[in-house]
Design a binder for this molecule. Structure first.
Ligand SMILES: [Zn+2]
Length: 251
């Protein structure tokens, strides 16, 4: 099973591949989360965790469409996000989006409002995280839910369980993936975005600390720093001239 923690920061979920913009401790692959597509093959992951990250990413639809592409059919995405009317949402200058318990209903449940995207997710559950002080004084959950809608700072967080609703159409989705590691799923960020080069964008390890794009017209290399591949376009701007007989001309 392949599980990923997107935007893991320094608090990566256990037994996951940590994906983040910064090479912090625990991060396994460095990726720019604002650049689409993400450098991974289609249908790569069984589980995603997004803890306190989606409110920091400007293009919510874009992120959900990328997750949809990367999810295997029936994969689960666990999203923890601050509720829209909590002051915690407003005070962080890096928050660019607000969420309610119904935001992810726009990916299928709201049949008449789900035309923005073809990505489809079933909202399996949405757990409410109420303010601890309010919870101490009010025990009635229905009243809390009511107050959370009309008063600020009552409902602080939302924990979603989303299921990826997707058909198995491509034969590659049936390949056994048990023995595959993250290095077999990562792709060249330059080449994965183009239909022509998408299928030729896998990366091979060279000299233990470089990854080379397998597209002969790309020739980009990406560094592996302390075991972590840095897969951002900025890091991959260095090109090499690959000699067929020798790969030793990396500069
Ligand atoms: Zn490439």
């Amino acid at each position: 099973m392949m599980a990923a923690d997107l935007g893991c920061g320094v608090n990566k979920t256990r037994d996951t591949v940590g994906i983040d913009r910064f090479p912090l401790e625990g991060v396994d692959v460095v990726v720019d989360l604002n650049k689409f597509p993400y450098p991974f093959a289609d249908n790569s992951f069984d589980v995603f965790y997004l803890n306190d990250i989606i409110e920091h990413l400007p293009d919510t639809i874009g992120v959900m469409e990328e997750l949809y592409r990367l999810c295997k059919p029936n994969a689960h995405i666990y999203i923890r996000v601050i509720n829209w009317n909590s002051k915690l949402n407003a005070e962080d200058p890096t928050h660019v989006k607000a969420f309610t318990e119904h935001t992810f209903d726009f990916f299928g449940k709201y049949a008449l409002r789900s035309y923005y995207s073809k990505a489809r997710f079933e909202v399996v559950s949405c757990e409410y995280q109420f303010n601890a002080k309010v919870e101490k004084y009010i025990k009635n959950r229905r009243l809390m839910k009511f107050l959370g809608t009309y008063l600020n700072n009552v409902l602080e967080g939302l924990n979603f369980d989303l299921r990826c609703v997707k058909n198995t159409t491509s034969p590659s989705e049936h390949e056994p993936r048990q023995d595959r590691d993250i290095f077999s799923l990562i792709r060249c960020p330059h080449c994965i975005g183009d239909k022509e080069t998408k299928d030729n964008s896998s990366l091979t390890i060279y000299n233990t600390d470089w990854l080379l794009c397998s597209n002969p017209h790309c020739k980009r290399k990406y560094p592996i720093v302390n075991g972590t591949p840095l897969l951002t376009l900025k890091d991959g701007n260095k090109r090499i001239s690959v000699q067929p007989e020798s790969l030793a001309t990396i500069t």
